[in-house]
Design a protein around this ligand. Sequence first.
Ligand code: 3PG
Ligand code: MG
Length: 398
Amino acid sequence: MAGFKTLDDIGAVSGKRVLVRVDLNVPVADGKVTDATRIERIAPTIAELSKKGAKVILLAHFGRPKDGPSAEFSLEPIARATAEVLGRPVGFAADCIGDKAAEGVAAMKDGDVLLLENTRFYKAEEKNDPAFTEKLAANGDIYVNDAFSAAHRAHASTEGLAHRLPAYAGRTMQAELDALEKGLGNPVRPVVAIVGGAKVSTKIDLLMNLVRKVDALVIGGGMANTFLAARGTDVGKSLCEHDLAPTAKQIMIEAAEAGCAIILPADGVVAKEFKAGAKSETVAIEAVPADGMILDVGEKTVQSVNDWIDRAATLVWNGPLGAFEIEPFDRATVAAAMHAAARTKAGKLVSVAGGGDTVAALNHAGVADDFTYVSTAGGAFLEWMEGKPLPGVEVLKR
Ligand code: 3PG
Ligand code: MG
């Protein structure tokens, strides 16, 4: 990692208080963490620092609390979950600044791990307020950022602290930046991108950036319908942002100018209603019935996507090809994901995936572990794909 200071550069940390920004914004249902991936990802950094005798003080946000402290957005249950996942004690302090934080830190022994309460209980966090940053910094000698997935936020704990203390990228941040560099920064060509999901409106910047960077762009999911409609294909009752037809056309023009192939569905799985087990049929994309909804791409399209994956040296994937949450509309996503995973395992493909539903889709396909890298980032991954500088990453550059 030439561009960033990492734990390799941190020097002796024994007895030092290391503030580690992590992302513990994990999904919770009925008081239980339903996906612990983000917690698992921070384990290496915590273990490494603790083993070297640092006092490891974790800073994190949880949810988007509006009015100060509340039980709903407390990190206390997440501290327990983190202890379980890491298989080691994780202390908790009921405030991220002030006396409670200071007392918690003062009681730490070398190698201990302590989680401080939700930084977003203070408005000043999101304002990146220097006075608040100062209060956070009072509990640390060194700052490590291991939260790529929060790096699109210029907050006190994700950006401000790096100006205030010696700052380093944690192991997960480092792995993420390495993977992203391989995906789009400096990829082996040809590069193919698969972009799916419901709407074009949330991905305009992303598509505009991608067509300039990749050799082929596969568009699937509901957003493909907007492109199909823009070029004159009748998509029946499918989800479609008709008002974005000019934008879709513009993206296709830019792609043509940049020499980027755009691959739109050649066939679709259509149904009259969107529910599990709904009666569905596969039709050519020109033959979608007036009362039909396209809920997945068809086999012919999957074949063409897989052919593009075969030609690719690098694959960047964001968003499912169909409504994968409901069977049988998960088929294309699963088939293409399995194909990409097999190519990756065979050493023929560098595959990087992330953003929103993508991880859930790959987990559903059972292949998340076989990709080169699967990012746990949502918004940060999208902003990276849009080519935007991420404040939490920029500030770590040498
Ligand atoms: C995420 O869950 O995407 C990150 O933790 C950032 O959370 P935010 O979107 O509330 O800033
Ligand atoms: Mg988000």
